[in-house]
Design a protein around this ligand. Sequence first.
Ligand code: TNX
Length: 538
Amino acid sequence: MKSILARSLFLLTFIILFSACAEKKKKRVLNLPETDLASENMIPKPLRVIPTNKGFALDKFTTIYTSGNSLGFAEVGEFLAKKIKGKTNLDIPVNVDEVPDQEGIIYINQSDSLELNTPEAYQIYITQDSIILNSNTAEGAFRGIQTLRQIIPETSIDTITEYNVWNIPTGKIIDSPNFEYRGSMLDVARHFFSVKDVKKYIDILAYYKYNVLHLHLSDDQGWRIEIKSWPKLTEIGGSTEVGGKAGGFYTQEEYTEIVNYAAKHHIMIIPEIDMPGHTNAASVSYPILNGNGKTPKLYTGMQVGKSTFDTRKDTVYTFIDDVVREISAITPGPYFHIGGDESHVTKKNDYIYFIEKVEKIVQKHGKRMIGWDEIGQADIDSTSVSHFWSSKKNALDAIKKGMKVIMSPAKKAYLDMQYDSLSKHGLHWAAYIPTDVGYKWTPENYEGIPKENILGIEAPLWSETISNIDELEYLAFPRAIGYSELGWSIEENRDWENYKVRLANQAPFLERMDVKYYPSPLIDWKKSKYSYKEIEKE
Ligand code: TNX
């Protein structure tokens, strides 16, 4: 009796499910126009793209399923759904309990396939029925869904059905990054930028598969992070900025909010406290730090290289220990950047002594030290990282010590360099960097630094000449988009003529995100005619 009941219940469930599926399937027999996945405007360009020329219908019947929650895959699925909503206004369910229909599924799947040989590698198989994204880690899945976001057409087809359908090109994408470190730096010291501004910057960086945001948190003109054991740093040192307006700072809670927001975007925050030079704001707050017996004044100009800590005073190292300890405790990533650039008024011996001592402090608090290329002069560990900006000799010295190098050559990768002499903002001490010059260089062998010694590339945005998000975006975009390709795509896949067409097609996205990019005359920017105008925000 029991088993008859069970059997009929099973049958009934099956019939209900079957008819539901049949009902859905009937709606889904769509004759979509031919596509070409290979000519999509993906940036950075994936490693391999194999088109199969059909279409997957993204529409109101699409559902997202992911591997188990504990791995972070469900969050990636939710993120994709939110972004699809922003672009198309579709409400796509994620991991709903219903038995999935065989069609219209986007499956974000944890896979142990050996082909996925780095944490950020992913593969996407798109057929008319489904999209399957395989990756080893949630990080890889997150990079993969950025690719998916990019291949959702700007406009839907509304002539085939009575509802909207976005025709996603079918085929296979096999992808992994060229460099493991792909960063940008934001100087929040010369001018302060709010948590909201930083989050918006993170939104755009994530779309182009960046994985690092380096925050330049202190300089002569401002100290921007709360240190509980040395409160005057922000009370006094954070009170102004270049130009003399009120500055600002992040409380530790606000910094944590940035760290967590970045982590949701699989971006690591690297904090920088610049020393022993670039320390006027710290020494104004605590004059004992500069050791010359003078009480310095707050500085709101743009000159550099006039300040230094007293490298022979114990109090200075007690201070640094507190600062590194407090910041490291709220920074999950493995790195701490100690600046170390342009210490023009620190004697060379003192500079070397200082860097070697600070390296030990950084290591004591469980981090790896990064410093601008000048640190290569000191006797430091192979685990520390040299941040190349100008001196080939310093970078090569670091390599001799077994250190890795981050490539940020000022002549090619500085986002604060003017595009040309007419640029509204920016400096030009290193070069003018038009959009093509920013793209057409080879980090793999720049200045003879061998690829195997390069950790990756970073595009720094110094903020002497910019004081709000619009100005920030004018300098950062479109160039930061090009640096994402230099960091992610292999050299054989990079080509200016091909890139500039893909870049032109970023206009709808940038406009939807309300990014005030510099409309470089080298680019034939696509007129945007996207269907849904809501800003794609959290
Ligand atoms: C050099 S690059 C600096 C910064 C300035 C920048 C302006 C480097 C390590 N130091 O202090 O803001 O030039 O372009």
